[in-house]
Design a protein around this ligand. Sequence first.
Ligand SMILES: O=C[C@H](O)[C@H](O)COP(=O)(O)O
Ligand SMILES: C=C(OP(=O)(O)O)C(=O)O
Ligand SMILES: [Mn+2]
Length: 451
Amino acid sequence: MTVSAPGVGTDVTGLDSYRDRVALQQPTWPDAGALAAATAELAAAAPLVVPSAADHVRDRLAAVTRGEAFLLQGGDCAESFAEASVERVRNKVRTILQMAVVLTYGASMPVVKMGRMAGQYAKPRSSDTETRDGVTLPAYRGDMVNAFEFSEASRIPDPQRLVQAYRISGATLNVVRALTEGGFADLRRVHEWNQGFMQNPAYARYESTAAEIDRAIRFMDACGADFDALRTVEFFVAHEALLLDYERALSRVDPRTGAAYDTSGHFLWIGERTRQLDGAHVEFLSRVANPIGVKLGPTTAPDDALRLMDRLNPDGVAGRLTFVARMGAGKVREALPALVEAVRRDGRPVVWVTDPMHGNTITSDSGYKTRRFGDVLDEVAGFFEVHRAHGTVPGGLHVELTGDDVTEVLGGSEEIDDAGLARRYETLVDPRLNHQQSLEMAFQVAEMLRV
Ligand SMILES: O=C[C@H](O)[C@H](O)COP(=O)(O)O
Ligand SMILES: C=C(OP(=O)(O)O)C(=O)O
Ligand SMILES: [Mn+2]
């Protein structure tokens, strides 16, 4: 089979069909020649993930649809080039591993671990521009597009940033692999970190769950469990497939099967703002074989969900399609049931995940974009209630988090208040749970999973 170069000749795989559709939320690149040079460089570059690994993730997600595994997706709203340091990546991976141990216990199921990492560099925005002190500039759209700094030069989209994002994603993946394959993920070690977290009296309410996990691990030990076999874990990477110039340039045909894969990450998702049925994002992801997700906000109609299934997973391949519901704590109990019921009746399997962040964004009195920890947990509770009522599988959790001690989300047992937000508010776009809030969430969700 001959395959044409990107954008040249016959579109054998259909990977270029999206070009005839409307793509929302794309940057206005000022120099077409510079964009072509950058995408040509990416098209010739090595894949970040290989097709067989994406297939493997799809199989893991198929287990989630059967209620035999639980999915945990977490990471920054927007990764930044400056924070791709070993330390920051390690803290994020550590946080996700710690949460996963608690959730594994709560669910009595394997947890599929996936970072919003190694590619989460492009952001959709509500407005094309940002105004500060009477000065209006193009909005920041992620490090893959322009720089956060509020100056005219920084905000001009630069296609070389696509190449930089690819290189930094490769370096991030390398660190993630070294950590998760090199003993950092050892169950005994992760358990010790969780015991360290429990030293803080603020978390006394989780003591009984923590003690049960400790007993379970001692029981495994007494039974002669092979802890050395638990020194490594599978860890996958995911991001929003927003910038189609980047995603297309990193897509490759798998010589084993002739199928196309987007090799920029294991799992890609379509955001709430770009999920139009006839839009470019749905068209593009319909052509790649990776496991994919779609965010569904509170205005989604049951028919929209069914049509997305027709477009993205017509044959009902288990693990291919994940719906990430991001309704808001006040809406999830009204908005989600009709969707869940329509999908259940249809019969084609879908992984249902809750994103309890994006429907709960508020502006604090002092002007910070933030979320309340209580709202976040309430949306997760609502998600579980809806699935229990319908006999369907609540398959996972999608959260914005960091492994550091930032102060971006209000509340939690350490009671971050409006004045406290200023202490360490570092996010470039949306507020993230900090390390402690993330673990606290895991303990609370573990309690919900076991009832
Ligand atoms: O993560 C996503 C944000 O919610 C999205 O980019 C919109 O943010 P904005 O309203 O600040 O533009
Ligand atoms: C933009 C995001 O979410 P949504 O598409 O759900 O608004 C996000 O995940 O950062
Ligand atoms: Mn976000």
